[in-house]
Design a protein around this ligand. Sequence first.
Ligand code: NAD
Length: 351
Amino acid sequence: MTPFEFESVSARVLFGAGVLARLPKEASRLGSRHFILSTPGQRELAVRAAALLGEKAACIHAEAVSHVPADIADAAVVAAKGQQVDAIVAIGGGSAIGLAKIVALRLNLPILAVATTYAGSEMTPVWGLTTDGVKRTGRDPLVQPKTVLYDPELTYRLPPAISVVSGINAIAHCVEALYSETANPLTTLMAEEGIRALSVSLPPIVERPDDIEARAGALYGAWMAGSVLGSVGMALHHKLCHTLGGAFNLPHAETHAIVLPHVAAYNRGAAPEAMRRIARALGVADAPTGLFELVGSVGAKRALRDIGMPESGIERTVDLTLANPYYNPAPLARPHLLRLVRNAYEGRPPE
Ligand code: NAD
């Protein structure tokens, strides 16, 4: 057996339909005056949470947006300070939880996260902050939510189109965890199980967005995916998506869904055991082809040009990626990377 190091993400996790009802008791374990955070679109759910918390709900701050812009973060910190809160309740996906992390970091507050997408931020100690268009990220155990509630009933209204790309974003965490430089036996088991659970759950969600079994399966897979994302290092796929998102302001989850099959193909020869596990989880013969077919079968876009990337951006993406070396199982070579990004740009099958 390959030697390994393992550090678990420390969080209390409650999973199940109706688990939101346990919010008051769980929140009171962390504090007595709660700052409730959401995106504007999720305000209704934030109001529901505030009603459950009663007089312990200090205020609702429904201002979170993607990638945590610095001015939005500053305003949230001022609002939380003004209310003299002692805990944060973040309800939503990576945007709400991402904003909560910056408030937690600056004011030293614990977070309870109610996760309503499949992005996985609730299970990581990673924060992100965007200043003048540049996103910085960092790790700090302080921003890891202490308690996470996963209630599949809250995901019924996550539109199918967002659900599927969010789910494939989660699969991407699992794929890269399988060939991570810091992979270990436990994250490997979780990653394979995450791919299996998400890939069987996403197609029925497209047909029936309120299918409780499918919603529970996808959220369970997202928990696995978030856990491995929080525990082991990622590789080329996450680097490329980060670069594409930052350089061309492309939508986060859609970018992941388009790029993933191509990065899997890039690493096919260098990570055979990971490919075997991905293929087994998907029930297919070839992992990159299976991922490409999954993306198409759930109706997600397949081409970066269809989500706003300019053709002139292909070279720039590769230059930016090569400018900052990091681990990947297959060595990074400019001509191969250009082909990868061109294929993703045009929506061709992975090579
Ligand atoms: P998101 O949080 O922006 O949510 C997408 C949209 O769906 C929003 O408009 C939101 O209001 C809406 N929504 C969320 N839950 C809903 C529900 N149940 N019903 C109806 N609508 C709902 O997107 P996301 O994909 O969850 O997160 C993306 C962000 O998270 C990015 O900024 C990304 O960088 C970050 N992220 C960070 C980490 C980390 O570890 N720090 C991990 C993954 C993602």
